[in-house]
Design a protein. Structure first.
Length: 326
């Protein structure tokens, strides 16, 4: 079945805009997700333009040619698979909206890709970073502004390792998350879905100490950045978002890794999220509970950690089975 014939075909730019509006309104897609789709579809549209086609009339073979072009340009299989996913979503949308009468992406197959295991820090590595962050936050010779930054980093690290939040969720925590005696915090995750995440004593104390420091900065009339303490965000910034950026936190975290004797390339906010999940499972947590804490909609996403469960089961049999070799 061929695409519908249009007297005036809608432009790729217009269709991309309509598609992104749908993702935001119906699926609660965040700004980062929308930006990624926009970049992928812009590249796809530019290719179609070079071969005399557009979203509204491209055939399956043209889509195959685009995937081959990505391979020629040296794209990794994961990147090609992401572009294919964007095309599939786009054409399902065009079909549902009756802009097309067919789906040229439906029969396309993507590159085979193995799902690698996430990089994980050991418990000892995380402890080293936490100890170093706490030492920096307690340095007596530090200036007030430097101490405040150190307290912020220590707070971010404690909360991240205690909760496994996505970095975008962490930096956008509201100031109310640090209210006294809060045992749980409400986190707004992907798709605008909310979930409850428990806090441990160390993370609550780190939040209380950091919040007290921001209040002290607010009372200091000579502190040029004191107005940040009045922000609705727990980790305020003077940037467009109003709160600390993911990139800023990632840079601070890598600096802390080096100061802790670790390689910077091995440490990132996402690696610490993986450490949270892996260490929980290693110590006997149920996979479904970890799924809930991480905010994964589908258990299959959490199953990348099953290697941790398998290793733990092997060690249990080895150590506890009465016939196991001693």
């Amino acid at each position: 079945m061929r695409a519908r014939s249009f007297a005036s075909k809608p432009s790729d730019t217009k269709l991309t805009g309509l598609f992104l509006d749908m993702l935001a309104a119906e699926q609660g897609a965040g700004a980062n997700t929308l930006d990624a789709y926009r970049r992928d579809l812009t590249d796809f549209s530019e290719f179609l333009g070079r071969v005399g086609h557009a979203f509204a009339d491209a055939e399956t073979q043209t889509l195959r040619d685009y995937l081959a072009d990505l391979d020629t340009r040296g794209f990794k299989s994961t990147s090609v698979a992401r572009r294919l996913s964007a095309m599939r979503h786009l054409y399902r949308f065009l079909l549902n909206e009756r802009i097309r009468t067919d789906d040229p992406a439906a029969i396309l197959s993507g590159p085979k890709r193995g799902r690698g295991l996430p990089k994980v820090l050991s418990i000892a590595d995380v402890d080293r970073m936490l100890r170093r962050a706490k030492e920096l936050s307690e340095a007596e010779d530090a200036s007030p502004s430097k101490r405040l930054r150190a307290l912020r980093l220590y707070c971010l690290l404690e909360v991240l390792y205690a909760t496994g939040l996505r970095v975008s969720e962490l930096v956008a925590l509201p100031r109310t998350a640090a209210k006294r005696d809060a045992r749980m915090i409400v986190v707004r995750g992907k798709g605008n879905k909310e979930r409850l995440v428990p806090l441990n004593e160390a993370s609550r104390q780190a939040m209380a100490d950091y919040l007290a420091a921001t209040e002290a900065a607010k009372d200091n009339k000579t502190d040029k950045k004191s107005s940040a303490a009045a922000s609705k965000w727990l980790f305020p910034s003077f940037g467009e978002s109003g709160h600390l950026t993911r990139q800023h936190f990632a840079r601070d975290l890598k600096d802390l890794a080096v100061a802790s004797g670790l390689q910077a390339r091995l440490v990132s906010p996402h690696v610490l999220r993986h450490a949270f999940a892996s260490h929980l499972l290693h110590n006997g947590a149920d996979l479904r509970i970890v799924q809930t804490l991480l905010g994964h909609t589908d258990i299959s996403t959490t199953q990348i950690y099953t290697h941790v469960v398998e290793e733990r089961l092997k060690s249990l049999v080895r150590d506890l089975h009465p016939l196991a070799e001693k």
